[in-house]
Ligand binder design. Sequence first.
Ligand code: SAM
Length: 248
Amino acid sequence: MDRKFWNKVSANYNKEIFNVSKSDKNGIIKSWIKEVASPKKTIADFGCGVGNWLPLLSPQFKQVFAIDFSSEHLKQIEKNYTKLKNITCKNVDLTKTWKSNEKFDTMLCVNAILNAELSKRKIIYKNIYTNLKQKGHLILVVPSIESVIFSNLTFEKCNPKAVLNSTKTKEKISKTEYINLKHGIMNIDTLPTKHHLKEELFTTLTDFGFKNIKIDKVEYAWDTEIDNVPRSLRGPYPWDWIVMATKK
Ligand SMILES: C[S@@+](CC[C@H](N)C(=O)[O-])C[C@H]1O[C@@H](n2cnc3c(N)ncnc32)[C@H](O)[C@@H]1O
């Protein structure tokens, strides 16, 4: 998903891109943000999209930095959020090493570390770490591998015929798809997207120097994953991983 893709999708963003802030069933992201918020602190929203988190962040922080590499997203923010006086937009490609003029007290990064290439993801993690103040908090949301597998199993349980059809398939996967699968790269709408295991997330953040790592689920309704959901279908629900961590 390169800059061109995101600029193109920008005009129809809220129709085409899954809205995490509206779909978070238990409001866990909002409550974790509240836990670390303060009118004395700054926050950077890394990969902020069209700014869906800004109305929540703006009243709770001194200054909010909306950071994205899509100029179209940032134009929408400048147009739609004129009433929020403490927003600063920055056009940054987070897969390139970046040192901000000032370090941030807090960072939010919701489903923006999606790159299939490990080297690019490493630079994003490094950018998060270096631009965060000592003892600063990171709140990170990423897609979960476990959830994809669990959702698929649940789909098959609800649709036994689909299991029969899938065992009869003659479809083959390519070498690239096989290698991707082994690394948690699964397609979302045909786009190869990095999904994380809980343990992988923990070790990745530890390797970058984060501590006090707490991981939980952002749960979503079943109809975000499965069509014609049986009424009886309850939890566990599909989820993304949410992480809170501090810089050493
Ligand atoms: C799935 S959207 C999530 C947007 C927002 N965090 C939200 O929760 O609504 C991913 C966002 O990451 C941005 N993004 C992807 N790669 C990026 C990069 N290399 N540098 C900066 N932003 C990037 C995209 O432009 C897009 O706005």
